[in-house]
Write a protein that binds this ligand. Sequence first.
Ligand code: F6R
Length: 606
Amino acid sequence: MCGIIGCVGRGDETLDTLVHGLAKLEYRGYDSAGVALATDTVDVCKKSGKIDDLRAALESRTLSGPVGIGHTRWSTHGPPTDENAHPHRDCRGEVAVVHNGIIENYQSLRDELASAGHEFRSDTDTEVVPHLIEDALADGANPETAVREAIARLEGSYAVAVVIAGVDAIFAARNDSPLVLGIDDGEEGTGDAPGGAYYLASDVPAFRDHTDRVVYLDDGEFARLSSRGWRVTTLDGEPVEKAVDTVDWDPEETGKSGYDHFMLKEIHEQPRALRQCLRGRVDELSGTVDLGDLGDLTPRAVQFVACGTSYHAAIYAAQLFEEAGIPAKAYLASEYASKTPPIGDALVIGVTQSGETADTLSALREARRRGARTLAVTNTVGSTAARECDHTLYIRAGPEIGVAATKTFASQLAALNLLSLSVTSVSDSRDVIAGLRELPGAVQEILDDSNAEAVAETYGDAGAYFFIGRGLHYPVALEGALKMKEITYKHAEGFAAGELKHGPLALVTENTPVFAVVTGDDEMARKTIGNVKEVEARDAPVVAVTDGQSDVERYADHVLRVPDTHRRIAAVVANVQLQLVAYHTAAQLDRSIDKPRNLAKSVTVE
Ligand code: F6R
């Protein structure tokens, strides 16, 4: 999704700060990039393609100025061309705007502006904004009022940042798209700090190298940043008191630390992420879990809303709650409103690592409209989900840069286990807690000794990949397939193992390896082994992900071994092997692993 950066107070380093910030936002996914710097004029440089293309274009330009904004664009209106890249300017070239989100009434605004004589150079919805500001300035409004008036006319979702020729300030506003301010040397709440440097961005990594003090903007808020300080008001100009928070992670955490890709680094960070998730929350002796100030939840029923990988975590969690006798269902967030499931006393839980996914936020808002209590299970402190929900449970995975979710999925499963233990009565809670304690070590064992790379080499040119599992391994099968398709661009599907024979078996050939997740040696394992035999009989290669408890290996061409753990934990460790297979398959194919085509890290449009 689009990424925004802005800075003021960096003097000659403004341009470098912007480009560096854009590089830090690359993980969000983008197809073009640009910057605008304001002095008495506004200079813009923008290019389709990668940030290196923008850097190359900047080599032949002299852009300077004490205040600037930058943008990475993920196309929604119009293809990724230089013209459609942000920033966009007004007719006179004195106003530059970057935007993340979708302006729903842009067509009527554009028609109105065009018939008043404004000339448009792009296909984007965003371009109406500088022209609206131009009109307001021409009508005599001061710069800040002109921006407010223009923004008041927008419908839809936006995070917008604006610079204007001759004005030593950035103006910004948000509605339904994230925006965070970075404060260097500012005094809390006053915004009165001569000589300070101030930033704004879609996400903290964009300016984390410069400051750890942040202010999260809320919907309907407007910010003004200048070299003299910062101020937040409502769109109507009413002052808003904002807290300055401190982010507690190190900028180093957003580097690759010697790994070829962020995804591989993040796969290897899972033991640490899991330890962080569990730290201080479990008491093995008493078999209890303490989730701090989560409050009194005791739900009679639970509805999960989530997308993609987080939805797979939600399916897993729904089963944990069901097993504990609490009716629970996982909904795809984008389908939730259309299904209008009855809420009753249900607690609605949004599972979202970013806390900014538009579909999930929209489902949570729908749940609140219908009177439900809401809980965000998220990785991102200060995210919209965290701020809007009644309760928040942090998964504490640390920053995840690779577009494909890995460590956050593992941490979601761990955190959802903790949640289920804290609000339901689980008969073998001591065993689960002991399993959770062993989980980081079990993941480390896999990382130290996985043969996933060899398996990936064997099946690198397969026609398609299938993944099967039952019960808690069903979401693991779905997740294994999602990871494979997103980073290899090859066809991959996950199935409930028993469903294979009801249709998908027709797809199975000697060129379609089937990854079967089978742990333990219970009835469920035996049934999955029956499905493995069906596959084997059709000559498909079988890769068993197993703890060696059952005899599935007899029917498998390859084995990806996982430690023998509690059944709940087995799903988490089995997934690590599938992450590694997907990673090594994509590496062999030389794919853009951290930024797969067409995908974005934080999907802020519905
Ligand atoms: C897949 C992936 C996506 C996200 C989905 C929801 O690897 O990362 O499927 O899981 O876009 O994102 P969050 O969890 O931020 O709501």
